[in-house]
Design a binder for this molecule. Structure first.
Ligand code: G6P
Length: 370
């Protein structure tokens, strides 16, 4: 149901939503960054400062793309707030009955707020006495109501079945939550202020990343006939690899696997041949050189290589067949910026293959059954 939402001149909702991301990110941050205290502010957590400071573990749960943003959140919260995080598929959490320590906070991450498994996982943990929060886009949705409190994404309606702008907003809200929890513990005023500045620069970086569109379309035309793709990245770009692969599967029906780049040698490298493109997500960062050597290994085995990089370097140009440039941002924000070319790549490939981008076969926007 597209309701009253217009395409605004775009050919598909998905493309429109990809291009809306600078704005949807601004909306996610509006009123939530506080310079005076160098922290984030949230109106609806419904927890006392004492309860928030007492949190000893966080569980992030969700399905599909929302599960990928949970993985990004795990890296962020552990890095900035130093609170141990577990990421759980909601469909597994609801029946697994894991032992959960006291002072655990459970976040249900969901665009629609209606996913049956996520709702059930939250209710199940709530029943056992844990506090639950919803990170949700749709105001007043079932999950928003079921949780003790939460944070809205304010991304605006997302119509394309494949999630794009909700994903980046989820990552952005998780970054702000990491700042918030970090500042309640050990994070200095200076570090908090630096994170705020980096967040403020994010929408402009996403705008710049979107200018790769025509280059990505050219690359899509070259590889649209492939039957298999690999997506590889490390640390913050490992969830990005999973998300890139999911986007391609969802809308173009090409088999794709996302993997931590260094795990590739334990199996997926056997898939590499001249018909299987590998997408390396490798903006500059702590594991950049390692991922470069993984890329070299794939190239040496005859696999076509597409690199998503953030700075010009002769070595990348020498190894990769294609290089997509994105702006350089701090590592914790790379998942948001590097997702842009991957969303566009899957979009253009799907269009070229004649697929129904906004309503892919067998999929639903929100899955309200088990
Ligand atoms: C469906 C959609 C996905 C989405 C997932 C979780 O499978 O097709 O795009 O990521 O549900 O949805 P939610 O609304 O809970 O984020």
């Amino acid at each position: 149901d597209t309701g009253e939402v217009s395409l605004n001149g775009y050919e598909h909702y998905m493309l429109k939503e990809i291009h809306e991301q600078p704005d949807s990110l601004r909306n996610a941050m509006r009123g939530r960054l506080n310079d005076e205290d160098a922290t984030a502010v949230f109106g609806g957590l419904n927890l006392t400062p004492q309860q928030l400071r007492g949190v000893e573990r966080i569980i992030l749960t969700g399905c599909g793309t929302s599960w990928h943003s949970a993985l990004v959140g795990e890296y962020m919260i552990e890095e900035f707030a130093r609170i141990p995080v577990c990421v759980e598929y909601a469909s597994e959490l609801r029946y697994r009955n894991p032992p959960i320590e006291n002072n655990t906070l459970v976040f249900g991450i969901t665009q629609s707020g209606e996913t049956a498994d996520t709702l059930a996982a939250l209710n199940e943990t709530k029943r056992k006495g844990h506090r639950t929060l919803a990170l949700c886009n749709v105001v007043g949705s079932s999950i928003a109501q079921a949780a003790d409190g939460g944070v809205y994404l304010h991304a605006g309606p997302e119509i394309g079945v494949a999630s794009t702008k909700a994903y980046s907003s989820q990552c952005c809200v998780l970054a702000m939550l990491s700042l918030y929890f970090g500042r309640m513990r050990h994070m200095s005023f200076e570090s908090g202020g630096r994170i705020i500045e980096e967040l403020r620069r994010l929408p402009a970086a996403v705008e710049q990343a979107l200018t790769c569109d025509s280059e990505v379309r050219r690359i899509a035309a070259k590889y649209a006939d492939a039957s298999n793709f690999l997506y590889l990245g490390r640390r913050y770009n490992f969830p990005t690899a999973l998300e890139g692969a999911l986007k391609l599967k969802e809308i173009s029906y090409i088999h794709a696997e996302g993997y931590p780049a260094a795990e590739m040698k334990h199996g997926p490298i056997a898939l590499v041949d001249e018909h299987t493109p590998s997408v390396f997500i490798m903006p500059r960062g702590t594991t950049y050189d390692k991922v470069m050597s993984n890329m070299e290994e794939v190239k040496a085995r005859g696999g076509p290589v597409i690199a998503v990089a953030s700075h010009e370097e002769a070595q990348i140009r020498r190894i990769a067949d294609e290089v997509i440039m994105i702006p350089e941002v701090p590592e914790f924000l790379q998942p948001i910026v590097s997702a842009i070319p991957l969303q566009l790549l899957s979009y253009h490939i799907a269009v070229l293959r004649g697929c129904d981008v906004d309503k892919p076969r067998n999929l639903a926007k929100s899955v309200t059954v088990e």
